[in-house]
Design a protein around this ligand. Structure first.
Ligand code: GDP
Ligand code: GDP
Length: 374
């Protein structure tokens, strides 16, 4: 499992500028054809041969310009829980504000490595002003200019040195790793329970090395696979669910740790920004993907056209990906849930074989057609 670095701080200090510099990405990629704007708040960084993932926590929060103290505290708490290292960005132009204090207050209580970054140090005169940030009592202050890149090399040197050693999750060699992901209430627990049920004989818990991550070996009905991080699914963290980016943060490691993602959507909602944020993580990690449109039992008008319309809508949002299998399932009535695993296995096997894309398209089209008609 790789390391995850979270960038926290109040609005306008330069988090997203720093994120872009670390991941060398543009903030948004506009899909000309579909008019879909994909914001990027999650990316990969490579420095001195060390790879890590970076999340801009501020980017996940819409209308974050007028964020309240309570909200930012929660954000920072989540970042601390999920990340291995936290970058705390402050703005040398404005000095310390109340919101900065609120963030620092939460950060002081963790043992995880924190790096305080004084941003907008565009010239030497401002370097002295950065000293103010030692008052946080959070150790070394790194002066940078995210816009010009000045100081970011030193910051990255120090960051890579502080990252914890990567601990490999205990796993069973050679078994496909399948992750069930999606926004809150989409039906992840219901699907997990529908699959593994109460029949404890068909599953084995494999405790992970990280706190409360449990993989489950699913060995039944002709399948032998590992369902990744079922603890995160079964044990519900209701506390944080009002925070939109919690589910994204929570699913990052699960996705990184898998081969194929069962990406769940709610048939009643279509595909929304929160879904897109999760999809973006799957895409960035180039994982195998199966889209499951859940709660299909609640859709009254189930003509073939309804499915086709749904499919088109989803594929438009996922463009340029066109070879994504989409299944319409119900975790409640267990409709097509084994089919979902079958398709996941097909995707897995295809990835293993690295067969030509044209062939892959063919196989996937068959799957889509088959599922659309059953
Ligand atoms: P965020 O809200 O924390 O993500 O902040 P942004 O990255 O959106 O930056 C807020 C504003 O500060 C933007 O206008 C940036 O261009 C500006 N900014 C970011 N980094 C620097 C910097 O190093 N120097 C200066 N002068 N401006 C910066
Ligand atoms: P999670 O937060 O993604 O784990 O979602 P849950 O599994 O807890 O499901 C959230 C709610 O949706 C619960 O009330 C479930 O009973 C309901 N639900 C889940 N799957 C289905 C489904 O296929 N059909 C219907 N009608 N309800 C479902």
């Amino acid at each position: 499992m790789g390391n995850l670095v979270a960038i926290v701080g109040r609005p306008n200090v330069g988090k997203s500028t720093l994120f872009n510099r670390l991941t060398e990405s543009r903030k948004a990629i506009v899909q000309e054809t579909s008019g879909v704007t994909r914001d990027r708040h999650y990316g990969k960084s490579l420095w001195n041969g060390v790879e890590f993932s970076v999340v801009d926590t501020g980017g996940f929060v819409q209308g974050s310009e007028d964020i309240f103290e309570d909200e930012i505290r929660k954000q920072v708490l989540i970042a601390i829980e999920e990340a291995n290292l936290v970058i705390f960005v402050v703005d040398v132009e404005s000095g310390i504000t109340d919101l900065d204090e609120a963030v620092a207050d939460v950060l002081r209580r963790t043992k995880k490595p924190i790096m305080t970054v004084s941003n907008k140090v565009d010239n030497h005169n401002r370097e002295q002003d950065s000293f103010e940030f030692y008052n946080f009592g959070l150790g070394e202050v790194y002066s940078i200019s995210a816009i010009s890149g000045a100081g970011t090399g030193d910051l990255l040197d120090a960051l890579v040195a502080q990252l914890p050693e990567v601990v490999e999750e205990e796993t069973i060699e050679g078994l496909p790793r399948i992750a069930i992901v999606g926004k809150p209430n989409v039906g992840k627990s219901s699907l997990t329970n529908a699959l593994i049920g109460k029949d404890r004989n068909i599953v084995t818990d494999i405790s992970g090395t990280t706190r409360d991550s449990i993989d489950t070996r699913f060995n039944a009905y002709g399948f032998d696979m590992v369902l990744v991080d079922t603890a995160g699914i079964r044990k519900k963290a209701k506390v944080h669910e009002d925070i939109e980016f919690y589910s994204v943060m929570r699913s990052i490691k699960t996705i990184e740790n898998s081969d194929v993602c069962l990406f769940m959507l709610d048939a009643q909602d279509g595909i929304q920004s929160q879904d897109m944020n999760i999809f973006s993580v799957i895409e960035k990690n180039r994982k195998g993907l199966v889209v499951l449109v859940n709660k299909w039992d609640l859709v009254e008008n189930k003509e073939t056209n309804t499915m086709k319309e749904f499919e088109e809508q989803i594929l438009e949002r996922l463009a340029p990906f066109t070879d994504v299998p989409i299944l319409f399932i119900s975790a409640l009535t267990k409709q097509r849930i084994h089919k979902a695993l079958e398709v996941a296995m097909k995707v897995y096997e295809n990835r293993m074989q690295k067969i030509p894309t044209s062939k892959l398209n063919e196989v996937m089209l068959d799957v889509i057609e088959f599922t659309a008609t059953c």
